[in-house]
Design a protein around this ligand. Structure first.
Ligand SMILES: [Zn+2]
Ligand SMILES: [Zn+2]
Length: 352
């Protein structure tokens, strides 16, 4: 089969490799689409401890079931030809977090597209532990495989917002105008947030993509004093929710400062691992009764909700998918995501 093989930093080659066989407890998928994640770009640029080359990466996958191992007993009815996506995080199945279904937080999590081969190939094997953890999710009838390629990224955003309790009357401020930032904005709107504000110093880009979405206030921190502007927009109360969808300390620090009493902040984007300490006035959290949350990856329930939101057209997939490239052009696709000229770039592996 044809696959994009990651050989190391800045070295991905599209070549013929052996088509994997489907084991008795596995499911084989004919891959149609795999969207390029920011993490794929980071693996490409600087490697990843769980990706051991040569490896096939890619975890924002949709495809069609090609083969079901004879010992597979799946709780929801699945059959050959079904359109599916797959959960990324696969847990050990034995630890405390796994027993609660938080496979993303298993200390021994082994993800598809990292530890296990991923979606930038014509065929994908859903490994036995993933089958056991019900990683395979059928797409709703009215969802195309192309639209489905957004489910994984959206599921991570939904996982992040699970903690934030967004609702009517809330002002939500999002730092970072990449695809994840815009997904946060749209999901917050779907949760009935009253005001959604996005902040990004790469303002040209924020404006370019912001045009496609309704009712988002865009701020350029290079020319606007964000703190003053948020206070003005909230009659002096401050924001109810802040989400940092970027790897920037300044966003985390300022995000805490612009929160009003009872405010919630999600440190959604991680910081560079060798530079992850910030200086904050902890009394802000104390006196205002703020809540600080983290978020990492996602689980089945978040995938199911993401699929539902797209199928109900609460999330318009075509607004996020700026570009489709064939597998041969994956390197160009990664470069487009890196440079920020596209929101989501989806790699088409087998035509729908
Ligand atoms: Zn992703
Ligand atoms: Zn575990």
């Amino acid at each position: 089969m044809k696959a994009a093989v990651y050989y190391g930093i800045k070295d991905i080659r599209v070549e013929e490799i052996k088509t994997p066989a489907c084991g008795n407890n596995e499911i084989k998928v004919k891959v149609h689409y795999c969207a390029i994640c920011g993490t794929d770009v980071r693996i490409y640029l600087s490697g990843h401890k769980k990706v051991i080359p040569p490896a096939v990466i890619g975890h924002e996958i949709t495809g069609v079931i090609e083969e079901i191992g004879e010992d597979v007993r799946y709780p929801e009815p699945i059959k050959i030809g079904d359109k599916i996506t797959t959960v990324t995080s696969i847990g050990c199945g034995k630890c405390k977090m796994c027993s609660k279904g938080f496979y993303n937080l298993c200390p021994d999590t082994k993800a598809i597209g990292y530890f296990y081969p991923g979606g930038y190939a014509e065929y994908l094997i859903i490994p036995a532990p993933a089958v056991e953890q019900q990683a395979v999710i059928k797409l709703p009838e009215n969802l195309s495989l192309k639209e489905g390629a957004l489910i994984e990224a959206l599921s991570c955003v939904i996982n992040g917002q699970n903690y934030l309790n967004i609702g009517q009357g809330d002002t939500v401020v999002i730092y970072g105008g990449g695809p994840i930032g815009f997904m946060h904005a749209v999901i917050a709107q779907a949760e009935d947030a009253t005001k959604v504000i996005m902040v990004d110093p790469a303002y040209e880009r924020l404006e370019k993509f912001g045009k496609n979405f309704r009712d988002i206030i865009l701020l350029n921190p290079k020319v606007t004093n964000v703190k003053e502007e948020i206070m003005r927009l909230t009659s002096g109360y401050g924001a109810d929710v802040v989400i940092t969808a970027c790897p920037a300390k300044q966003a985390q620090i300022e995000g805490l400062e612009i929160l009003g009493s009872k405010g919630r902040i999600s440190l959604f984007g991680g910081l560079p691992k060798d530079d992850s300490f910030i200086n904050i006035d902890a009394n802000i959290i104390h006196y205002k009764e703020l809540s600080v949350f983290g978020a990492f990856a996602s689980n089945r329930r978040d995938f199911v909700k993401a699929a539902k939101l797209i199928s109900e057209r609460k999330i318009e997939a075509e607004k996020f998918i700026s570009r489709i490239v064939p597998l041969e052009d994956i390197n160009q696709g990664i470069e487009m995501v890196r440079s920020g000229e596209v929101l989501k770039c989806v790699v088409e592996i087998n035509k729908e």
